[in-house]
Design a protein around this ligand. Sequence first.
Ligand code: MN
Length: 244
Amino acid sequence: MSRAAQTLFASDLHLDSEAPWAIDAFLAFLEGPARDADSLYLLGDIFEAWVGDDDDDAANARACDGLAKLTRAGTPVFAMHGNRDFLLGESFENLTGVKLLPDPVFVELHGVPTLLSHGDVLCTQDLPYQELRSIVRQPSWQRRFLSLPLSARRALASAARAGSKAHTERQIPVLMDVNPDAVTEALRATGARRLIHGHTHRPAVHQFEVDGVKSERVVLAPWYESASCVAIDAAGVREIPLPR
Ligand code: MN
């Protein structure tokens, strides 16, 4: 099979046991289009919840198994922490062969200087969220959380999800999108001309200029609405719908 020189992106799969079809679609994607990609980037929130690499959740294990098969078959897979699965760690990397990336990360991709992010760090106008993020990303907080029994971590994670849902319903929608000034600053600081992120669940390709330079922001679609991925090659960006 010829290996097309295209790079695939997906994010916000929010996989969990409540939507087995989404995991099936993910596994089919990993065994199908992802095999032919030059690499696959998963930009955060692969899992609806990840309470530690020692979690034995069966649904998550199915997805990890599919990832391991793909990396063993030779497709490099990179992943970024989302706000749901920011505790993905070294054991996850060792188990799956997936390499975790910092957020944001700069890559030269098909000739275009590109910045990758989950996207939540760019939502700078959502102050309560940013405050929470800065706490749970501290190594000391994470060490304490991971030292709790699995059952306690699961209970805390579902309480956090309920809190997040309530916050999302209360917060003004524009404040939960990325801040255009933060986007401009990130592109200017890194010299990137393309930004790819997820998190906001507002799929689009936005074209604009930064200091007179044509730039674009690619927002990935949430998997639970319609499984899809974005393919990037020398010709540009296109969305690939996947069968569900
Ligand atoms: Mn997110």
